[in-house]
Design a protein around this ligand. Sequence first.
Ligand code: CP
Ligand code: NVA
Length: 323
Amino acid sequence: MMPKLRHMLRDDDITHAEQKQILDLGMKFWKNRYYSRPFEGPQGVAILFDKPSTRTRTSFSVGVAELGGYPLVIDKSGSQLGRGEPVEDTSRVLSRMNSAIVWRTFGQDLIERMAQYSSVPVINALTDDFHPCQILADFLTIAQHCKSTDLKGKTIAYVGDSANNMAHSYLLGGAVAGMNVRIAGPLGFLPREDIADDARARAAETGGSILVTTDPQEAVKEADCVFTDTWVSMGEEEDYELKSNLFWDYQVNAELMSLAKPDALFQHCLPAYRGKEVTSEIIDGKQSVVWDEAENRLHAQKALLTWLVAQQRGDESLLGETA
Ligand code: CP
Ligand code: NVA
């Protein structure tokens, strides 16, 4: 294995086989929290937040510690980046002292600049456009339930704000997995065309398919897993009243869920707004796997970090039997 610096900035930065390898590794970490310890030393991993977080902050902090490393969590208000220091300078400094950089920020262009100047792997912990770590956790949750990381042919449906980071990541991540991805949202809140096109191109290679529709029933019909997300993402709080009234037809409730397969799973990246994008009956009901999903952030991100440093070091042994 030749050393190669890789980053995870969007869901299609990895191939179908690589995604499966990361999910296989996630399964190993699920069964054994200390399966691999690539950051023993301890080595630092910089974890930066420009937006709030509970799950991402906890799972990366605990995850890096369990990988033998030191999680250096930096909030925007406490860093020079927050005062306007260039991303390029921050990247060069952080990568001199850390083994990886994890960043939750606004524009995708920012994390691309971070990666361009970094000598260590950079992970997107959510931008306005994508949330690839969440998708790995969500797919790991499906894999645990169907007892296989081969997700080809599974049908997933996402309903709600389809112009947001989650919708975009389901499109790309699902296409990489070879899934049938269905996305439903109201006009004006459908995925960006270039991202939907990238997903279609990738799906053509993996045997998956892409459907973008305004019809939530069409999307959910016979699905293996139904997803939704908040109607108002971080940074859009001012649009709350305006936006939250546009999505009522896309609420995941018992009636909509009944169109999916009888044993379909329900997932939500959280935080959730009961009575808005999902009813309590569904999120707290028996098809919901949202707590497994939240826990899987830990296992999936440890797998991703381990996989990325294995590539960078050219050290296959870090991957164990999944190599
Ligand atoms: N799902 C998710 O990313 O949650 P946090 O915003 O709490 O990190
Ligand atoms: N779309 C949501 C996801 C939160 C994890 C947001 O960006 O706020």
